[in-house]
Design a protein around this ligand. Structure first.
Ligand SMILES: [Cu+2]
Length: 170
């Protein structure tokens, strides 16, 4: 959307040069207010509003890397895209699990997950997930910090809960 400056139309009844100057200034001020108002409303009316509903990780089987299942809700009116997940230990990879023609589950790396307005991105075992480096020695009940980066929304810092493996299956 673009902002257009409407030409100011000073009214009739101009009596002198002084009046013309004053009307021009007032007209400019009104046009400027209209411009700012129009631009302000276009930037605030359409944006993603994200909240992390759930962030769980099964106890890592590999000591320094874990799967992370996020649920992220978008209650805004514009889409956002999760493009990066990091921990203090490094950057994760966004994975999608696909079933091959031979019936095998295969993980493919993707560049992001789009979260449409009014929808929730629900990662799960055997579906969308994040694989990421985590602190060594995590046990059920621990938490670790993750930073989620998006296009279309500011980053979110949250904490992932480490749970027993059977708890991620439901
Ligand atoms: Cu994976």
């Amino acid at each position: 959307m673009s902002c257009t400056l409407e030409p100011a139309k000073p009214g009739g009844g101009i009596q002198s040069i002084g009046d013309i100057r004053r009307i021009t200034i007032i007209g400019f001020a009104i046009a400027l207010m209209a411009l700012l108002g129009a631009c302000g409303s276009t930037t605030t009316s359409s944006q993603a509003q994200l909240s992390v509903v759930r962030a769980i990780s099964p106890v890592p089987t590999d000591p320094s890397s874990a799967a992370l299942y996020l649920s992220i809700e978008n209650t805004g009116d514009a889409p956002a895209r999760l493009i990066d997940v990091t921990t203090a230990s490094g950057t994760g990879m966004l994975h999608r699990t696909e079933i091959s023609n031979s019936g095998q589950a295969m993980m493919t790396m993707v560049s992001g997950f789009t979260i449409d307005p009014g929808s929730t991105l629900k990662m799960a075992a055997g579906a969308d997930h994040v694989m990421l480096p985590v602190p060594v020695g995590l046990v059920a009940g621990d938490t670790y910090a993750v930073t989620l980066s998006f296009t279309g929304a500011p980053p979110i810092r949250t904490s992932a809960q480490v749970v027993s493996a059977d708890q991620v299956l439901n």
